[in-house]
Write a protein that binds this ligand. Sequence first.
Ligand SMILES: [Zn+2]
Ligand SMILES: [Zn+2]
Length: 344
Amino acid sequence: MSQTPLLQLNDNGLYCAAGDFYIDPWRPVPRAVVTHAHADHSRPGCDAYLIAEPSFHVSNWRLSFGLPEGAKPPIETMPYGESRTINGVTVSFFPAGHIIGSAQIRVEHKGEVWVVSGDYKVAADPTCTPFEPVSCHTFITEATFGLPIYRWPDEDVVMSEINDWWRGNQLAGKASVVYAYALGKAQRVLAGVDASIGDIFVHGAVNNMNKMYAASGVALPRTTYVNDAPPKTDWSQTLIVAPTSARGTPWLRKFGKISTAFASGWMQVRGQRRRRALDRGFILSDHVDWHGLISSVEATGAARILVTHGNIPTVVRFLREERGLEAYGLNTPWAATAEGEEEA
Ligand SMILES: [Zn+2]
Ligand SMILES: [Zn+2]
């Protein structure tokens, strides 16, 4: 390893000194290369952004906040698998399977290769390009669900649980309100449910993101924005997809009798559903589970692993003791927010 690591943390973010750019910076910097459009990774105020092409519409939406009317954020896109040289450092994007346009960032300089996973998952998701392992010397992995207790059920099983719950609520005369993170999870739920069961309505936050997915060419079932619902809508037969911020708010009153559910990896944790006063929990995560994490790390062939974003000590210890890898923790503010937790 050279004296200056190819990527290292400073006050602004994960910095590549050789190329003079940042990956997912949390403060405004001259040049940002960004893994995906979730708020903890994609922050406004940078002079230039380089993102994966399918992330354009969601990133443009995210980064347009606070800009003067008509101003466009300084975004450049690059397709997955292509590369570009920034001050002698080669940068390329590979699919991370997390949400639309999410990318792992491969950085190569003088024969040394690092890959930054961003957030990623290996489970099937019809709304984004599947994760692809990339060989490298150093892999920076997230560890949101980096504990052996996390083991995701098959997504087909989860989707049929959601369908069964919806049908059951129809018989009981209750509207089915499923909470799902507005960017990524909501669209994954929509793409997976059986839209022949009934009409589907969405909260404004989900509706905005659905428009971005439509602009990006992702097929989703027909949905109606709740505010555009016909006056005599029989909510008891409908599915309503809303962000968790709608939980416990007066917005829910118009639906009459409801059953509530949350689609998230956190639903695997005992007590979480009750603590959040939900009727149902569906285990559906946009992050890797324990097995997915360890097998993805192994698939990179990397000898050195930097672990960020979640259960760092457990993953570091396992990779050192059970896999003989050089593993370290890397403390970043990614997913440090409540919003980040809900995204999971
Ligand atoms: Zn994310
Ligand atoms: Zn994140």
